[in-house]
Design a binder for this molecule. Structure first.
Ligand code: PBG
Ligand code: ZN
Length: 324
């Protein structure tokens, strides 16, 4: 089919034609909203590098969760900012930790929205790493039990799904076993399976106060040039019992999302991370691009690459746009 016999513009001539042949559709059902929980009452601290995002006390979390639910957003993800940090991140698996309390409150006050919790130690350790530190190395196997305890404490507080983001080897099976042994056989695990060591997490580390105090995360998070390794990570996590496979970040790793989609038959999640959000917000503020249009184009690109669901700080804004 060669020009002039085939003219692709025939099917683009008006909105109705364009809608008719549209291959990818973004709906509110694709969105997961990340939320930052902090102790206290009536607290809503703006995150400077993430305009429109806040550290929130439980009352505001509930309000935001209800708004998300009313817009049709099917799930939220809770991150905690604890009062105290220590070498073993004990606040991560404390019965009355910040995430555990927030989840209880959300569970009590808001229905019809899936409550997911991020399972990691970095917000809770004084050194800011995602695992137990031994000298200047991160001890993989010593971390597993703490992650399993964290996940179990989240499930016990009422979390509907847990999402380990630490990138320690073997943590999915350890968490699966802890959940099963304690009667949480129906609590799924969304695994941050292909999580890259990315500078796009910068603004998040402001929001969650979780920047590593020495070194970096390169010995546990994935090396950005690698894509086949993402398949190995995903395959391993599936064998260990993961229910949903996540790729993170999203925009600079669309090829990885696509490969995982082609080779893996589990639902695929993509995390449109803090830096991806901040870039669009900043450029919009400068008047250099149309933030709303770029937001929608970005989300559809992530969907087109193969994501079944997208964790995004744009969730509320995108849901509003989709409604109109
Ligand atoms: C914690 C965690 C991070 C993110 C999600 N969970 C930060 C990190 O690994 O440094 C990043 C989210 C974002 O940038 O929006 N392990
Ligand atoms: Zn971490």
């Amino acid at each position: 089919m060669l020009f002039p016999d085939y003219r692709p513009r025939r099917l683009r001539q008006n909105d109705a034609f364009r809608r008719l042949i549209r291959e990818t559709v973004l709906t509110v059902n694709d969105l997961i909203i990340p939320l930052f929980a902090i102790d206290g009452k009536d607290i809503k601290n703006p995150v400077e590098s993430m305009p429109g995002q806040y550290q929130m006390s439980a009352d505001h979390l509930v309000k935001t969760a209800k708004r998300a639910r009313d817009l049709g957003i099917p799930a939220l993800m809770v991150f905690g900012i604890p009062d105290k940090k220590d070498p073993l991140g004990t606040a991560a698996y404390a019965k009355n930790g910040i995430v555990q309390k927030a989840v209880k409150e959300l569970k009590n006050m808001v229905s019809d929205i899936v409550i997911i919790t991020d399972v990691c130690l970095c917000q809770y350790t004084d050194h800011g790493h995602c695992g137990v530190v031994d000298g200047h190395t991160i001890d993989n196997d010593a971390t597993l039990d703490l992650l399993a305890r964290t996940a179990l404490s989240h499930a016990s507080a009422g979390a509907d799904m847990v999402a380990p983001s630490d990138m320690m080897d073997g943590r999915v099976s350890e968490i699966r076993e802890a959940l099963d042994d304690n009667g949480f056989v129906n609590t799924p695990i969304m695994s941050y399976a292909a999580k890259y060591c990315s500078s796009y997490y910068g603004p998040f580390r402001d929001a969650a106060e979780s920047a590593p105090q020495f070194g970096d995360r390169r010995t546990y998070q994935m090396d950005p040039p690698n894509a086949l390794e993402a398949i190995r990570e995903a395959t391993l996590d599936i064998e260990e019992g993961a229910d949903i496979i996540m790729v993170k970040p999203a925009l600079p790793y669309l090829d990885v999302i696509n490969r995982i989609r082609e080779e893996i038959d589990l639902p695929v999640a993509a995390y449109n991370v803090s830096g991806e959000y901040a870039m669009i917000k900043a450029a919009n503020k400068m008047g250099w691009l149309d933030g709303e249009k770029v937001m929608m184009e970005t989300l559809i690109a992530i969907k087109r690459a193969g994501a079944d669901m997208i964790l995004t700080y744009f969730a509320l804004e995108a849901a509003e746009v989709l409604k109109r």
